[in-house]
Design a protein around this ligand. Structure first.
Ligand SMILES: [Zn+2]
Length: 227
């Protein structure tokens, strides 16, 4: 009764398309849920996400949950997740995918789920890492540890006088390092991120993790964008 009244007074928009949600719907409307552009990457070892890393980074498995299209449902979801405080979207997408991931043989020996770390400045502005909900949902669903301490962004401030500003920014952005203990040797790390476009950030993160002796890396992103 009170819930109905609250819904009438403060209608909640669908995070995908913006239409008012029914009382029975949560975060996304039935239409968006039905039209969700799932990639089915988990069924194909040679999928698009995996191909991005070929020749760049050895990965045990790589896949994305959904396709990101401009003006599409997933753009709405990611926008709400990153800029509108809708952290639960990440958890929801993680829960959608856990069932499929359990079937993947290559992921059986994963021990840690590792989020791509956010810049400290961004973290302060946003108040949360947008990948956290997704990563934690996967970790919980698969029975793995969620480890946000092992991978760090480093402040690479060496001046690149010959490069233009954009290139310099990218170099600064894409620097990562690891803070492992001896017990991390030989572990299989499942790296998670929100949207994969060029894969440069994930490649840099994966290379940092592979500095750990005997380490293996897999990658799962919430969304795949054609670059
Ligand atoms: Zn919708």
């Amino acid at each position: 009764m009170i819930k109905t009244l609250l819904n009438l007074l403060f209608p909640k928009p669908c995070s995908g398309c913006g239409t008012t949600l029914l009382e029975s719907e949560h975060l996304v409307c039935t239409h968006c849920r039905h039209d969700m552009p799932f990639t089915q990457h988990h069924l194909d070892n040679n999928n698009e996400t995996a191909k991005k890393f070929r020749g760049r980074l050895p990965v045990e498995h790589a896949s994305s949950v959904v396709y990101f299209h401009k003006e599409g449902i997933v753009q709405g979801l990611i926008h709400n997740l990153k800029y509108r405080g809708k952290e639960e979207i990440g958890s929801m997408m993680g829960q959608w995918y856990v069932h499929d991931l359990k079937e993947i043989e290559a992921l059986k020996d994963v021990t840690e789920v590792v989020p791509v770390p956010l810049h400290k400045k961004r973290l302060r502005e946003r108040g949360y890492n947008q990948v956290e909900g997704f990563g934690k949902a996967l970790a919980e669903g698969l029975g793995k540890n969620y480890n946000e301490d092992i991978l760090l962004r480093t402040h690479y401030t060496k001046t690149q006088t010959k490069k233009n500003l954009a290139a310099r920014a990218e170099i600064i952005n894409e620097s990562f390092d690891v803070a492992p203990t001896d017990s991390d040797n030989g572990k299989h790390f499942l790296l998670v991120d929100d949207v994969i476009t060029t894969g440069a950030t994930l490649e840099a993160c994966g290379k940092a993790l592979l500095k750990i002796p005997g380490a293996k890396v897999s990658i799962i992103t919430m969304a795949y964008a054609h670059s």
